[in-house]
Structure formats: C-alpha cells, structure tokens
Design a protein around this ligand. Structure first.
Ligand code: PLP
Length: 367
C-alpha cells in the first residue's frame, strides 16, 4: 500500500477512481462465487456473459443509447479504430470527409488515406488552437462519412457543438471526453473511445455504431476490426479483453453513483473553470494558446513564462509538482510545456490542489 498521497494528472492511461481500484483489489483473486479471478474466466461462461452484457447495458443507460445502436468492445486502441472506421464505412463511395483539428484527427486522416480518398474539411494548419466556423467547411456530398475528434488530447481543443453533416453519417473519436457529459447519440453514425482516459484501463475500445451502417465493410477488413462481425457475435467473436471490460463496467457503475453523465459534466465544468480562471488571471505568466470557445474541459495545455514558455521555469514547475505528489503534468512532447488532464476520476479537490500550487508558483516566480 502507498502512504504518499499522489494526484495523477496524466493524459492516459489516466487515474482511475480509487473506489474502483479497491473493488478490483477485493475481487482480484476470487470473483463473486466463482472462486477464480475474472482474468481466469472463460469468455464463453455464464459468469462472463453477465459482465459482458452488464457492461453494455451500463453504458447504454448512462448515455441513453437508442436501441438501433450496437455497443462493441474492441481491441487495437484508438489507433485500431483509425483503420477500422474507413475499412467498415468507406467502401460505398470510396471517400470520406475529415475535420482535422489536432494531431489525433490528423493521424486518423492519414490512416484513412490508405483505404480511400480523404477530403480535408478545414484548411491545414500546424498550430491547432481553434475550430474553423462551420459555415467555412467544405463537405463533400459524396462522402461515406464525416469524421472528427471531439476532444484533441494533445492540443486541448474540444468541440463545444456536434458538427452538422447534412445527413452524412458522423463518426466521432471521443477517446478523451467520452462520458464527461450527456450526449445525443442519435446524431452519430459511430462513436469510439479508447478506455484509458475517462472510462477504464488501456486495452479495450468502446464502439457505438448505428445498425444501418453495418454490413458495409470492405472485403479486406480484418475480422477483428469488422463492426458487423463484432456486433453479430456480441463482442465475443474471439477472446475479448475480459478483465478490462470488467474494470470498465465498474467505472460505469461508479459514474452512475456519481450523478451519471450530468454529474460528470458538472464536475468537468467546475474543474476546468478553476484552472482556466487561474491561467487568465496570471497576466500571461501561464499561457494557454487555445481559443477560449474551444478550450478543452479535459486536457489543459499551457506554457509558463509567456506564450513561448520558459524552459527553466517549466522544469522547476514540474519538479516542484512532483515533490508535492502531482504526477504526469508534462505536456505532450510535440507541443512542450505543461498539460493538466482533468478526466472523470480527478476530483474537484485534486484540481484545487493543483490550482493552489499554480498560484503559489506564480506569486513566487512572476517578474
Ligand atoms: N484518439 C485520441 C483522442 C487520443 O487521445 C488517443 C491517445 O491518446 C488516441 C486516439 C490513440 O489511442 P491509442 O493509443 O489507444 O491507440
């Protein structure tokens, strides 16, 4: 057991609710009345069926997922889905629209180019700090789908709205903001999320797919990436990541106990507000480059000592944070600086502790 309290602000794999980890610990060796660990359980057993179906039902309830959507548990991470999406959806017209607003949607677009024609909906940029106005987007009426990343984990750009695609199926990567707010699932064709940020451990990817989009996979689509096969076999076509699905199910129950999607939304607003308010009242000592209308509630990237950052100050900030038990605050290597990730398991108190440290660091280091 650890006696040093730490707060893990990592971008993913990220902090899990302590209650969930304790439950996992209690049940680790003997699950229920089975006398074995979930890790040792056959995925064809009745006990595992309860976990598989229960985890699906829990997320269906949390997000009010309509009956005409299938819920799949897949492998290959978010990156696997970058390939699965075009392989499952692109074959009809051979082209798709990508709204690139950060490095993750850029990677998804690049992967899709292997399988068909990709139309870039917004102008190319290297500094992802904004989402261009919807009336400037160039959508292709022949696209099989329109793709976007609802929250760009590296750049801290989050869509405050659901794109209007004029009837073309909308595909969303929600890896870093799934279940941080209620969602009108009926507006989407496909939603996917790697679990390791808001809803569980790394190794399982939640996929929500509208039934009418099934049955269109390319003949070359690998079976494990085929939504239609996974849906038909209830995510049991091959051996699923059983233990991870079990943990994700416990996280869903925890979210429900804590006010559901609405509760997560309230917390996310409060937590991110605390940090953004502090940044904006620091006379540019702390500097977040993202336009305020599209600032992420989940990942807050910022520089210290002005817009370009001061290396020495940032290093000192990180080592001071580390000493206080605040971990994994270093920004992504591609953008540098600091990044605070405030996923569901980070509490308001955790956030206040970070804010207090930031305030003190500001007062002792400002010019
Ligand atoms: N999409 C988003 C928004 C992410 O943040 C990440 C990883 O951080 C990915 C996709 C890639 O996920 P994975 O590492 O599970 O392949």
């Amino acid at each position: 057991t650890s006696s040093t309290p730490v707060i893990n602000f990592g971008a993913g794999p990220a902090k899990l609710p302590e209650e969930v980890l304790q439950e996992v610990q209690r049940e680790l060796l003997y699950y229920g009345t089975t006398n074995i660990s979930v890790m040792e359980m056959s995925h064809r057993s009745a006990d595992y069926a309860v976990i598989n179906d229960g985890t699906q039902q829990a997320v269906r309830d949390l997000l009010n997922i309509p009956d005409n959507y299938k819920i799949l548990f897949m492998q290959g991470g978010g990156t696997g889905l970058f390939a699965a999406v075009p392989l499952n959806l692109m074959s009809e017209t051979g082209c798709a629209d990508y709204i690139v607003t950060g490095s993750w949607s850029a990677k998804a677009a690049k992967e899709a180019m292997k399988y068909g024609k990709v139309n870039m909906v917004v102008p190319k940029t290297d500094s992802y700090v904004d989402i261009p106005e919807q009336n400037t987007w160039i959508l292709n009426p022949n696209a099989s789908y329109v793709y976007y990343c609802a929250n760009e984990t590296v750049h801290g750009v989050e869509f405050p709205f659901i794109p209007d695609t004029q009837g073309i199926p909308l595909v969303a990567d929600m890896s870093s903001n799934i279940l941080s707010q209620p969602l009108d699932v009926s507006k989407f064709g496909v939603i996917f999320a790697g679990a390791q940020k808001n809803i569980g451990p790394a190794g399982v990817t939640l996929v929500i797919v509208r039934e009418d989009l099934l049955g269109k996979a390319a003949v070359t689509c690998p079976t494990v990436l085929d939504f239609t096969v996974m849906a038909k076999d209830n995510s049991l076509h091959n051996t699923p990541p059983t233990f991870l699905i079990y943990v994700m199910g416990l996280v869903f129950k925890w979210i429900k106990r804590n006010g559901g999607a609405e509760g997560m939304k309230r917390m996310a607003k409060e937590k991110s507000g605390i940090i953004y308010d502090l940044i904006s009242s620091s006379n540019n000592f702390y500097y977040c480059p993202v336009k305020s209308a599209v600032c992420s509630r989940m990942n807050i990237p910022f520089r210290i000592g002005g817009p370009n950052g001061n290396d020495d100050l940032e290093k000192e900030f990180l080592s001071g944070a580390q000493k206080l038990g605040m971990l994994q605050l270093k920004g992504h290597r591609s953008v540098g600086g600091i990044r605070a990730s405030l996923y569901n398991a980070i509490t308001v108190d955790n956030t206040k502790a970070l804010a207090a440290y930031m305030k003190e660091f500001y007062q002792t280091h400002k010019k």
